[in-house]
Ligand binder design. Structure first.
Ligand SMILES: [Zn+2]
Length: 379
């Protein structure tokens, strides 16, 4: 089938058949590459200008500068007065590095405006800011080298919640993305209660007890604890939530520092979105300090959407159209993350495996035979 289009300027008629579509694609590619080159030149020019981010007036560069300003969030007024980073010239960064330097600085600016400085990532960013540009680039690109490919996870005392510890250990290994396992040292049931910290979660959680919690020592792997009041049936589901905490931007051992920053930025964009996932838990978080609130919101939002993604894989495909289900943007966020960390991971298969473990082994009265479901035909 051919589509006809008319070129109004020249009055010539053009047939955009398959051959012409290819030509069009080629033209688009060349246009894109040229734009990219111009952008690089502009950025190089901006960096090279000793006096600030001024642009030659009356040229096409002004327009590009404006669109760059929109893209990076630097206003034209700021651009006029801003000075290029002191150390960027001394460091002899190549063009690609200079662009990355500026892009990451913009991401850092956004993060610093939105979240408080207490997380591991934000502390890392503060250190990063002190580094000379060349070191800044190499550190933010750095992916921690993890040699711990088949880590041992200690699972203990879950019997107190009606689950055999070795069964849960087996389930964790069989169900979750392999990179996640490198982040956990132990899962434990603690015969105690644990109150939710109202400073970080707000007054709505006054007197509320936590079912599970993640401890993240600075240089070691995380520990997950479950407490009195957690039912055996709910532990495998809450485990999704707690495990999601262990691999978030704050202490992820697989993603580069830059990817961790972008990850947090994306989650921050989602917490205020109209089509955000409406988790009763997250919506209840109310802290007077805006930055602290964003911190808790983002942390719990990520854990909640991941829990939902892992718990109900058949439903999230309807991306946001069903009330209470994940919006497409959340699914994209999660799948982008998994693509970088565990591209082989299949959420549906993982869900079936976990269901199998749960139905076979986990019940408050002990072990039970597997449940059998009969699918009824409509006919
Ligand atoms: Zn949580």
């Amino acid at each position: 089938m051919l589509f006809k289009s008319e070129n109004k300027k020249t009055g010539t008629r053009q047939e955009t058949g398959s051959e012409n579509i290819q030509t069009k694609e080629k033209r688009e590619r060349v246009k894109k590459n040229t734009e990219k080159k111009i952008l690089s030149i502009v950025l190089a020019g901006l960096i090279g200008l000793g006096g600030g981010f001024g642009l030659a007036k009356g040229t096409g560069l002004e327009e590009i500068g404006r669109s760059l300003a929109r893209k990076t969030g630097i206003s034209m007024a700021e651009r006029e007065t801003a000075k290029p980073p002191e150390n960027i010239k001394e460091a002899e960064l190549d063009i690609q590095e200079q662009i990355e330097f500026l892009e990451v600085k913009e991401v850092i600016k956004t993060l610093e405006e939105k979240v408080d400085k207490h997380g591991y990532l934000m502390r890392l960013i503060a250190q990063l800011q002190e580094l000379p540009a060349k070191k800044f680039i190499s550190t933010m690109r750095m992916t921690p080298e993890t040699k711990d490919e088949s880590p041992e996870i200690s699972v203990s005392n879950l019997e107190k919640a009606g689950i055999k510890s070795e069964v849960l250990a087996e389930m964790v290994k069989a169900v979750y993305p392999s990179s996640w396992l490198r982040h956990i040292e132990k899962i434990e049931f603690v015969e105690n209660t644990s109150a939710i910290d109202t400073r970080a979660y707000g007054k709505n959680f006054q007197g509320t007890l936590a079912c599970g919690r993640v401890f993240r020592p600075l240089s070691r792997k995380s520990a997950i604890e479950f407490y009195n009041g957690c039912e055996s049936r709910s532990i495998p589901y809450y485990l999704n939530h707690e495990l999601a905490h262990t691999i978030d931007w704050d202490k992820n051992q697989v993603l580069s520092v830059k990817d961790r920053m972008l990850f947090l930025k994306k989650v921050l964009e989602r917490i205020g979105a109209d089509d955000r996932f409406l988790s009763g838990y997250v919506e209840k978080i109310d802290v007077p300090d805006e930055k602290l609130k964003n911190n808790t919101h983002a942390t719990e939002y990520w854990a909640e959407i991941m829990e939902e993604y892992l718990n109900r894989p058949p439903y999230y495909f309807n991306g946001g159209r069903d009330p209470g289900r994940l919006a497409l943007k959340d699914v994209e966020l999660i799948e982008d993350f998994l693509k970088k960390t565990d591209p082989q991971f299949d959420a549906k298969r993982a869900n079936h495996r976990r269901f199998d473990f749960t139905a076979t082994h986990i019940d408050q009265y002990g072990e039970r035979p597997p449940l059998i479901y009969i699918h009824k035909s409509k006919i």
